[in-house]
Write a protein that binds this ligand. Structure first.
Ligand code: HEM
Length: 420
Protein backbone atom coordinates (compact mmCIF):
# COMPACT_ATOMS: atom_id res chain seq x y z
CA UNK A 1 0.00 0.00 0.00
CA UNK A 2 1.31 3.49 -0.85
CA UNK A 3 2.07 5.93 2.00
CA UNK A 4 -0.86 8.12 0.94
CA UNK A 5 -3.30 5.24 0.99
CA UNK A 6 -1.98 4.03 4.33
CA UNK A 7 -2.33 7.51 5.84
CA UNK A 8 -5.94 7.68 4.64
CA UNK A 9 -6.68 4.24 6.00
CA UNK A 10 -5.26 5.13 9.41
CA UNK A 11 -6.88 8.57 9.57
CA UNK A 12 -10.35 7.24 8.86
CA UNK A 13 -12.27 4.60 10.70
CA UNK A 14 -10.95 1.22 9.50
CA UNK A 15 -13.40 -0.97 7.70
CA UNK A 16 -14.09 -4.40 9.09
CA UNK A 17 -16.09 -6.11 6.41
CA UNK A 18 -16.68 -3.97 3.31
CA UNK A 19 -18.72 -6.69 1.63
CA UNK A 20 -21.27 -6.62 4.41
CA UNK A 21 -21.17 -2.87 5.00
CA UNK A 22 -21.60 -1.89 1.36
CA UNK A 23 -25.18 -0.75 0.70
CA UNK A 24 -25.46 -1.09 -3.07
CA UNK A 25 -28.75 0.79 -3.44
CA UNK A 26 -28.07 3.57 -0.88
CA UNK A 27 -26.36 6.64 -2.23
CA UNK A 28 -26.18 8.90 0.78
CA UNK A 29 -23.40 7.01 2.61
CA UNK A 30 -21.70 5.82 -0.59
CA UNK A 31 -18.77 8.24 -0.89
CA UNK A 32 -17.92 8.08 2.80
CA UNK A 33 -18.00 4.28 2.62
CA UNK A 34 -15.69 4.15 -0.41
CA UNK A 35 -13.23 6.61 1.13
CA UNK A 36 -12.74 4.06 3.91
CA UNK A 37 -12.91 0.97 1.71
CA UNK A 38 -10.59 2.08 -1.12
CA UNK A 39 -7.31 2.18 0.87
CA UNK A 40 -7.75 -1.31 2.32
CA UNK A 41 -10.05 -3.14 -0.11
CA UNK A 42 -9.37 -2.67 -3.83
CA UNK A 43 -11.91 -5.44 -4.38
CA UNK A 44 -14.51 -7.05 -2.15
CA UNK A 45 -17.52 -9.28 -2.56
CA UNK A 46 -20.92 -7.71 -1.95
CA UNK A 47 -23.17 -10.20 -0.25
CA UNK A 48 -26.22 -8.08 -0.96
CA UNK A 49 -25.99 -8.26 -4.76
CA UNK A 50 -23.51 -11.08 -5.40
CA UNK A 51 -20.97 -8.92 -7.27
CA UNK A 52 -17.26 -8.32 -6.82
CA UNK A 53 -16.90 -4.57 -6.28
CA UNK A 54 -13.77 -2.87 -7.67
CA UNK A 55 -12.88 0.38 -5.91
CA UNK A 56 -9.67 1.78 -7.43
CA UNK A 57 -9.21 3.74 -10.64
CA UNK A 58 -6.34 1.68 -12.15
CA UNK A 59 -8.23 -1.59 -11.74
CA UNK A 60 -11.44 -0.03 -13.05
CA UNK A 61 -9.65 1.28 -16.12
CA UNK A 62 -7.94 -2.06 -16.79
CA UNK A 63 -11.27 -3.86 -16.74
CA UNK A 64 -13.06 -1.31 -18.93
CA UNK A 65 -10.26 -1.49 -21.51
CA UNK A 66 -9.94 -5.26 -21.53
CA UNK A 67 -12.90 -6.55 -23.49
CA UNK A 68 -11.02 -9.76 -24.25
CA UNK A 69 -11.29 -10.83 -20.61
CA UNK A 70 -14.40 -8.95 -19.48
CA UNK A 71 -17.78 -9.14 -21.16
CA UNK A 72 -20.28 -6.25 -21.19
CA UNK A 73 -23.29 -8.51 -21.75
CA UNK A 74 -24.44 -8.15 -18.17
CA UNK A 75 -24.56 -4.35 -18.33
CA UNK A 76 -28.33 -4.08 -18.83
CA UNK A 77 -29.49 -7.33 -17.26
CA UNK A 78 -31.77 -7.02 -14.21
CA UNK A 79 -29.76 -7.02 -10.98
CA UNK A 80 -32.60 -9.11 -9.57
CA UNK A 81 -33.65 -11.57 -12.30
CA UNK A 82 -37.27 -11.14 -13.44
CA UNK A 83 -39.74 -13.94 -12.65
CA UNK A 84 -40.81 -16.20 -15.52
CA UNK A 85 -44.30 -14.65 -15.46
CA UNK A 86 -42.85 -11.24 -16.40
CA UNK A 87 -40.71 -12.72 -19.17
CA UNK A 88 -43.71 -14.60 -20.57
CA UNK A 89 -45.81 -11.43 -20.51
CA UNK A 90 -43.14 -9.47 -22.38
CA UNK A 91 -42.86 -12.24 -24.95
CA UNK A 92 -46.64 -12.17 -25.48
CA UNK A 93 -46.42 -8.43 -26.05
CA UNK A 94 -43.73 -8.88 -28.76
CA UNK A 95 -41.07 -7.19 -26.70
CA UNK A 96 -38.07 -8.08 -28.88
CA UNK A 97 -35.54 -5.54 -27.63
CA UNK A 98 -32.02 -6.99 -27.98
CA UNK A 99 -28.56 -6.04 -26.73
CA UNK A 100 -27.06 -3.94 -29.47
CA UNK A 101 -24.59 -1.59 -27.92
CA UNK A 102 -23.67 -1.06 -24.29
CA UNK A 103 -24.43 -4.69 -23.44
CA UNK A 104 -22.90 -6.60 -26.33
CA UNK A 105 -19.39 -7.71 -27.16
CA UNK A 106 -17.36 -7.67 -30.40
CA UNK A 107 -17.74 -8.45 -33.23
CA UNK A 108 -21.43 -7.47 -33.02
CA UNK A 109 -20.61 -4.39 -30.94
CA UNK A 110 -17.95 -3.23 -33.40
CA UNK A 111 -20.29 -3.51 -36.39
CA UNK A 112 -23.10 -1.62 -34.70
CA UNK A 113 -21.00 1.03 -32.95
CA UNK A 114 -19.24 1.97 -36.19
CA UNK A 115 -22.59 2.83 -37.72
CA UNK A 116 -24.10 4.55 -34.65
CA UNK A 117 -20.98 6.70 -34.21
CA UNK A 118 -21.47 8.21 -37.64
CA UNK A 119 -24.54 9.95 -36.26
CA UNK A 120 -23.84 10.15 -32.53
CA UNK A 121 -20.89 12.54 -32.68
CA UNK A 122 -20.00 16.11 -31.78
CA UNK A 123 -20.52 17.41 -35.32
CA UNK A 124 -24.10 16.18 -35.37
CA UNK A 125 -24.81 17.28 -31.77
CA UNK A 126 -23.43 20.78 -32.40
CA UNK A 127 -25.94 21.32 -35.21
CA UNK A 128 -28.58 21.60 -32.48
CA UNK A 129 -26.68 23.84 -30.05
CA UNK A 130 -28.88 26.89 -30.68
CA UNK A 131 -32.04 24.82 -30.26
CA UNK A 132 -30.71 23.39 -26.97
CA UNK A 133 -30.06 26.89 -25.67
CA UNK A 134 -33.51 28.07 -26.75
CA UNK A 135 -35.08 25.16 -24.87
CA UNK A 136 -33.11 25.97 -21.71
CA UNK A 137 -34.01 29.65 -21.99
CA UNK A 138 -37.71 28.84 -22.37
CA UNK A 139 -37.67 26.61 -19.29
CA UNK A 140 -35.88 29.28 -17.25
CA UNK A 141 -38.25 32.01 -18.48
CA UNK A 142 -41.10 30.05 -16.95
CA UNK A 143 -39.60 30.18 -13.44
CA UNK A 144 -37.78 33.53 -13.59
CA UNK A 145 -40.62 35.36 -11.81
CA UNK A 146 -40.69 32.88 -8.91
CA UNK A 147 -38.62 33.26 -5.78
CA UNK A 148 -38.13 29.49 -5.34
CA UNK A 149 -38.12 26.50 -7.67
CA UNK A 150 -37.37 22.79 -7.75
CA UNK A 151 -34.83 22.77 -10.61
CA UNK A 152 -35.27 19.05 -11.25
CA UNK A 153 -38.97 19.48 -11.87
CA UNK A 154 -38.62 22.85 -13.60
CA UNK A 155 -35.92 21.92 -16.12
CA UNK A 156 -33.51 19.03 -15.45
CA UNK A 157 -36.21 16.39 -15.76
CA UNK A 158 -37.56 17.35 -19.17
CA UNK A 159 -34.76 19.15 -20.99
CA UNK A 160 -32.55 16.06 -21.73
CA UNK A 161 -35.62 14.19 -23.01
CA UNK A 162 -36.39 17.09 -25.35
CA UNK A 163 -32.81 16.86 -26.61
CA UNK A 164 -33.27 13.17 -27.40
CA UNK A 165 -36.52 14.00 -29.21
CA UNK A 166 -34.56 16.44 -31.39
CA UNK A 167 -32.15 13.65 -32.33
CA UNK A 168 -35.04 11.33 -33.08
CA UNK A 169 -37.01 13.91 -35.06
CA UNK A 170 -39.87 13.47 -32.60
CA UNK A 171 -42.29 16.32 -32.09
CA UNK A 172 -45.36 16.63 -29.93
CA UNK A 173 -44.75 13.63 -27.64
CA UNK A 174 -44.96 14.26 -23.89
CA UNK A 175 -41.41 14.27 -22.44
CA UNK A 176 -42.84 13.36 -19.02
CA UNK A 177 -44.16 10.12 -20.44
CA UNK A 178 -40.72 9.14 -21.73
CA UNK A 179 -39.22 10.11 -18.40
CA UNK A 180 -41.72 8.06 -16.44
CA UNK A 181 -41.08 5.07 -18.70
CA UNK A 182 -37.35 5.62 -18.25
CA UNK A 183 -37.60 5.78 -14.45
CA UNK A 184 -39.52 2.51 -14.42
CA UNK A 185 -36.95 0.86 -16.67
CA UNK A 186 -34.13 1.94 -14.34
CA UNK A 187 -35.95 0.53 -11.34
CA UNK A 188 -36.72 -2.76 -13.12
CA UNK A 189 -33.15 -3.32 -14.28
CA UNK A 190 -30.87 -1.59 -11.78
CA UNK A 191 -33.18 -1.31 -8.77
CA UNK A 192 -34.96 -3.51 -6.26
CA UNK A 193 -38.53 -3.55 -7.60
CA UNK A 194 -41.38 -5.19 -5.73
CA UNK A 195 -43.51 -7.78 -7.57
CA UNK A 196 -46.28 -5.20 -8.02
CA UNK A 197 -43.77 -2.71 -9.44
CA UNK A 198 -42.44 -5.37 -11.80
CA UNK A 199 -45.92 -6.24 -13.08
CA UNK A 200 -46.88 -2.62 -13.66
CA UNK A 201 -43.39 -1.92 -15.03
CA UNK A 202 -43.63 -4.77 -17.55
CA UNK A 203 -46.82 -3.30 -19.01
CA UNK A 204 -45.16 0.08 -19.34
CA UNK A 205 -42.01 -1.47 -20.77
CA UNK A 206 -44.07 -3.14 -23.50
CA UNK A 207 -45.88 0.17 -24.20
CA UNK A 208 -42.51 1.91 -24.38
CA UNK A 209 -41.31 -0.71 -26.88
CA UNK A 210 -44.49 -0.31 -28.97
CA UNK A 211 -43.91 3.42 -29.05
CA UNK A 212 -40.35 2.82 -30.32
CA UNK A 213 -41.51 0.35 -32.99
CA UNK A 214 -44.09 2.86 -34.23
CA UNK A 215 -41.51 5.64 -34.27
CA UNK A 216 -39.18 3.61 -36.50
CA UNK A 217 -42.10 2.61 -38.73
CA UNK A 218 -43.05 6.28 -39.12
CA UNK A 219 -39.49 7.16 -40.23
CA UNK A 220 -39.60 4.36 -42.78
CA UNK A 221 -42.61 5.99 -44.41
CA UNK A 222 -41.47 9.56 -43.97
CA UNK A 223 -37.68 9.83 -43.46
CA UNK A 224 -36.05 12.96 -42.05
CA UNK A 225 -32.57 14.02 -40.95
CA UNK A 226 -32.88 12.18 -37.62
CA UNK A 227 -31.19 9.14 -36.03
CA UNK A 228 -33.73 6.42 -36.96
CA UNK A 229 -33.90 7.70 -40.55
CA UNK A 230 -30.09 7.71 -40.69
CA UNK A 231 -29.94 4.10 -39.44
CA UNK A 232 -32.60 2.96 -41.90
CA UNK A 233 -30.73 4.61 -44.77
CA UNK A 234 -27.45 2.92 -43.73
CA UNK A 235 -29.18 -0.42 -43.55
CA UNK A 236 -30.67 -0.01 -47.00
CA UNK A 237 -32.57 -3.26 -46.51
CA UNK A 238 -29.43 -5.29 -45.79
CA UNK A 239 -29.59 -7.36 -42.59
CA UNK A 240 -25.82 -7.92 -42.62
CA UNK A 241 -25.41 -4.17 -42.01
CA UNK A 242 -28.20 -3.75 -39.45
CA UNK A 243 -31.47 -5.57 -38.93
CA UNK A 244 -34.69 -3.65 -38.40
CA UNK A 245 -34.92 -5.03 -34.90
CA UNK A 246 -31.41 -3.79 -34.17
CA UNK A 247 -32.52 -0.33 -35.27
CA UNK A 248 -35.55 -0.47 -32.96
CA UNK A 249 -33.27 -1.61 -30.14
CA UNK A 250 -30.81 1.22 -30.81
CA UNK A 251 -33.60 3.78 -30.65
CA UNK A 252 -35.04 2.13 -27.52
CA UNK A 253 -31.55 2.33 -25.97
CA UNK A 254 -31.16 6.01 -26.79
CA UNK A 255 -34.55 6.74 -25.28
CA UNK A 256 -33.01 5.79 -21.93
CA UNK A 257 -29.25 6.40 -22.19
CA UNK A 258 -29.80 9.79 -23.78
CA UNK A 259 -31.62 11.46 -20.91
CA UNK A 260 -31.71 9.64 -17.54
CA UNK A 261 -27.97 10.09 -17.00
CA UNK A 262 -28.00 13.75 -18.03
CA UNK A 263 -30.99 14.63 -15.86
CA UNK A 264 -29.14 13.19 -12.88
CA UNK A 265 -25.84 14.82 -13.87
CA UNK A 266 -27.50 18.25 -14.09
CA UNK A 267 -28.94 17.76 -10.60
CA UNK A 268 -25.66 16.52 -9.15
CA UNK A 269 -23.52 19.29 -10.63
CA UNK A 270 -25.88 22.10 -9.65
CA UNK A 271 -26.23 20.66 -6.15
CA UNK A 272 -22.46 20.59 -5.65
CA UNK A 273 -21.99 24.09 -7.07
CA UNK A 274 -24.59 25.44 -4.67
CA UNK A 275 -23.18 23.49 -1.75
CA UNK A 276 -19.90 25.24 -2.55
CA UNK A 277 -21.06 28.84 -3.07
CA UNK A 278 -17.53 30.15 -3.55
CA UNK A 279 -17.17 27.91 -6.60
CA UNK A 280 -20.54 29.01 -7.94
CA UNK A 281 -19.40 32.65 -7.63
CA UNK A 282 -16.21 31.82 -9.53
CA UNK A 283 -18.29 30.60 -12.46
CA UNK A 284 -20.53 33.65 -12.31
CA UNK A 285 -17.41 35.85 -12.47
CA UNK A 286 -15.66 33.79 -15.14
CA UNK A 287 -17.88 31.57 -17.34
CA UNK A 288 -14.80 30.25 -19.16
CA UNK A 289 -14.37 27.97 -16.11
CA UNK A 290 -17.68 26.24 -16.79
CA UNK A 291 -16.47 23.37 -19.06
CA UNK A 292 -13.98 22.28 -16.41
CA UNK A 293 -16.60 22.73 -13.68
CA UNK A 294 -18.78 20.27 -15.60
CA UNK A 295 -15.91 17.74 -15.63
CA UNK A 296 -15.34 18.24 -11.91
CA UNK A 297 -19.05 17.78 -11.28
CA UNK A 298 -18.98 14.51 -13.25
CA UNK A 299 -15.92 13.38 -11.29
CA UNK A 300 -17.05 14.44 -7.84
CA UNK A 301 -20.69 13.37 -8.11
CA UNK A 302 -21.12 11.10 -11.09
CA UNK A 303 -24.60 10.24 -12.32
CA UNK A 304 -23.38 6.72 -13.18
CA UNK A 305 -21.77 5.46 -10.00
CA UNK A 306 -21.16 1.85 -11.03
CA UNK A 307 -21.10 -0.25 -14.20
CA UNK A 308 -20.99 -4.00 -14.74
CA UNK A 309 -18.91 -6.65 -16.46
CA UNK A 310 -18.44 -10.43 -16.15
CA UNK A 311 -15.19 -12.38 -16.33
CA UNK A 312 -15.02 -14.25 -19.66
CA UNK A 313 -12.43 -16.62 -18.20
CA UNK A 314 -10.54 -17.11 -14.93
CA UNK A 315 -8.91 -13.76 -14.14
CA UNK A 316 -7.04 -11.99 -11.35
CA UNK A 317 -8.32 -8.53 -10.39
CA UNK A 318 -6.48 -6.46 -7.78
CA UNK A 319 -4.77 -9.64 -6.56
CA UNK A 320 -8.04 -11.52 -6.21
CA UNK A 321 -8.54 -14.67 -8.32
CA UNK A 322 -12.00 -14.62 -9.92
CA UNK A 323 -13.39 -17.66 -11.70
CA UNK A 324 -14.91 -17.39 -15.17
CA UNK A 325 -18.42 -15.97 -14.98
CA UNK A 326 -17.77 -13.83 -11.89
CA UNK A 327 -19.93 -10.71 -11.80
CA UNK A 328 -18.05 -7.46 -11.35
CA UNK A 329 -19.33 -4.04 -10.31
CA UNK A 330 -16.89 -1.30 -11.27
CA UNK A 331 -17.43 1.45 -8.71
CA UNK A 332 -16.90 4.45 -10.99
CA UNK A 333 -17.78 6.83 -8.15
CA UNK A 334 -14.97 5.37 -6.06
CA UNK A 335 -12.49 5.36 -8.95
CA UNK A 336 -13.26 9.04 -9.49
CA UNK A 337 -12.13 9.84 -5.97
CA UNK A 338 -9.06 7.64 -5.96
CA UNK A 339 -6.33 9.46 -4.04
CA UNK A 340 -3.69 7.70 -6.14
CA UNK A 341 -4.81 9.78 -9.13
CA UNK A 342 -6.61 12.88 -7.82
CA UNK A 343 -5.03 15.22 -5.25
CA UNK A 344 -7.39 15.90 -2.37
CA UNK A 345 -10.10 13.83 -4.10
CA UNK A 346 -12.79 14.61 -1.54
CA UNK A 347 -12.62 18.32 -2.38
CA UNK A 348 -14.87 19.82 -5.07
CA UNK A 349 -12.66 22.13 -7.11
CA UNK A 350 -13.90 23.58 -10.40
CA UNK A 351 -10.31 24.42 -11.34
CA UNK A 352 -8.91 20.92 -10.76
CA UNK A 353 -6.29 20.25 -13.45
CA UNK A 354 -7.12 16.61 -14.15
CA UNK A 355 -10.88 16.63 -13.49
CA UNK A 356 -11.50 15.24 -16.99
CA UNK A 357 -9.71 12.00 -16.04
CA UNK A 358 -12.91 10.79 -14.37
CA UNK A 359 -14.42 7.50 -15.55
CA UNK A 360 -18.04 8.61 -15.45
CA UNK A 361 -18.44 7.97 -19.18
CA UNK A 362 -16.73 4.56 -18.95
CA UNK A 363 -13.71 3.82 -21.13
CA UNK A 364 -12.51 1.47 -23.86
CA UNK A 365 -14.70 0.22 -26.68
CA UNK A 366 -17.95 1.06 -24.87
CA UNK A 367 -16.97 4.61 -23.86
CA UNK A 368 -20.13 6.71 -23.86
CA UNK A 369 -21.08 7.83 -27.36
CA UNK A 370 -23.22 10.59 -25.90
CA UNK A 371 -20.42 12.16 -23.82
CA UNK A 372 -19.98 15.17 -26.13
CA UNK A 373 -23.74 15.71 -26.08
CA UNK A 374 -23.96 15.45 -22.30
CA UNK A 375 -21.05 17.88 -21.95
CA UNK A 376 -22.75 20.31 -24.32
CA UNK A 377 -26.09 20.11 -22.49
CA UNK A 378 -24.48 20.50 -19.08
CA UNK A 379 -22.34 23.42 -20.21
CA UNK A 380 -25.37 25.26 -21.60
CA UNK A 381 -27.37 24.56 -18.45
CA UNK A 382 -24.67 25.90 -16.12
CA UNK A 383 -23.98 28.88 -18.40
CA UNK A 384 -27.63 29.88 -18.44
CA UNK A 385 -28.23 29.23 -14.74
CA UNK A 386 -25.21 31.29 -13.63
CA UNK A 387 -26.09 34.08 -16.09
CA UNK A 388 -29.80 34.29 -15.23
CA UNK A 389 -29.59 33.59 -11.52
CA UNK A 390 -26.14 34.67 -10.28
CA UNK A 391 -27.33 34.91 -6.67
CA UNK A 392 -29.09 31.55 -6.61
CA UNK A 393 -28.68 29.45 -3.48
CA UNK A 394 -29.87 26.18 -2.02
CA UNK A 395 -32.98 26.14 0.10
CA UNK A 396 -31.60 25.22 3.51
CA UNK A 397 -32.33 21.94 5.30
CA UNK A 398 -33.88 20.10 2.39
CA UNK A 399 -33.39 16.35 2.59
CA UNK A 400 -31.85 15.07 -0.65
CA UNK A 401 -33.54 11.90 -1.89
CA UNK A 402 -31.47 9.84 -4.33
CA UNK A 403 -32.60 7.45 -7.04
CA UNK A 404 -32.40 3.93 -5.57
CA UNK A 405 -30.49 1.84 -8.10
CA UNK A 406 -27.01 0.34 -8.08
CA UNK A 407 -25.83 2.45 -11.02
CA UNK A 408 -27.65 5.75 -11.33
CA UNK A 409 -27.41 8.59 -8.86
CA UNK A 410 -29.13 11.95 -8.85
CA UNK A 411 -31.36 14.05 -6.60
CA UNK A 412 -35.12 13.62 -7.03
CA UNK A 413 -35.66 17.29 -6.18
CA UNK A 414 -33.46 20.35 -5.91
CA UNK A 415 -35.11 23.34 -4.28
CA UNK A 416 -33.34 26.65 -4.75
CA UNK A 417 -33.93 30.31 -3.98
CA UNK A 418 -33.54 31.74 -7.46
CA UNK A 419 -32.59 35.30 -6.62
CA UNK A 420 -30.67 34.77 -3.39
C1 HEM B 1 -23.76 12.69 -17.94
C2 HEM B 1 -24.39 11.92 -18.81
C3 HEM B 1 -23.95 10.53 -19.18
C4 HEM B 1 -23.21 9.62 -18.46
C5 HEM B 1 -22.62 9.79 -17.07
C6 HEM B 1 -23.09 8.43 -19.29
C7 HEM B 1 -22.41 7.28 -18.93
C8 HEM B 1 -22.24 6.18 -19.73
C9 HEM B 1 -21.53 4.98 -19.35
C10 HEM B 1 -20.90 4.74 -17.98
C11 HEM B 1 -21.56 4.13 -20.40
C12 HEM B 1 -20.94 2.72 -20.46
C13 HEM B 1 -19.48 2.86 -20.79
C14 HEM B 1 -18.68 1.59 -20.71
O1 HEM B 1 -19.24 0.48 -20.65
O2 HEM B 1 -17.44 1.69 -20.73
C15 HEM B 1 -22.27 4.79 -21.47
C16 HEM B 1 -22.49 4.25 -22.73
C17 HEM B 1 -23.29 4.84 -23.67
N1 HEM B 1 -23.91 6.07 -23.61
FE1 HEM B 1 -23.77 7.39 -22.09
N2 HEM B 1 -23.74 8.64 -20.47
C18 HEM B 1 -24.28 9.91 -20.45
C19 HEM B 1 -25.03 10.51 -21.45
C20 HEM B 1 -25.35 9.94 -22.65
C21 HEM B 1 -26.12 10.59 -23.68
C22 HEM B 1 -26.66 12.02 -23.63
C23 HEM B 1 -26.26 9.70 -24.69
C24 HEM B 1 -27.00 9.92 -25.97
C25 HEM B 1 -26.48 10.20 -27.09
C26 HEM B 1 -25.54 8.50 -24.31
C27 HEM B 1 -25.40 7.36 -25.09
C28 HEM B 1 -24.61 6.27 -24.77
C29 HEM B 1 -24.43 5.14 -25.64
C30 HEM B 1 -25.05 4.95 -27.03
C31 HEM B 1 -23.60 4.24 -24.96
C32 HEM B 1 -23.14 2.86 -25.45
C33 HEM B 1 -21.77 2.94 -26.11
C34 HEM B 1 -21.25 1.59 -26.54
O3 HEM B 1 -21.51 0.59 -25.87
O4 HEM B 1 -20.59 1.52 -27.58
N3 HEM B 1 -25.01 8.68 -23.06
N4 HEM B 1 -22.68 6.04 -21.04
Amino acid sequence: MSDDRLATAVATCPIQSPGREYAAFEHEPMYEFFSRARPVAPIFHSEEIGYWVVTRRDDALNILRDHAHFSAEIATQPVQPWPRKILAYLQDRDFTNEAVQVACDPPRHTRIRQIAARFLNIRQFSLHEDQFRQLVTAYLDRIAGQSEADLVDAIFYEFPAQVVFLLLGETGFDPRKIKRWGDLRLNMIWGKPTTAELEAGARDLADFWDYTVNLVEARKKDPGDDYPSFLLARRAGDDSILTENEIRSLVFGLLLAGHETTTNAAGNITLELLRHPQQWRRLVADPSLIPNAVEEGLRYASSVVAWRRTAREDVVVAGQALPKGSKILIALASANRDEAHFDGPEAFDVQRGNARDHLSFGNGIHACLGAPLARLELRILVEELTRRFPNMNLLADQPIEWTRTISFRGPDKLWVRLHG
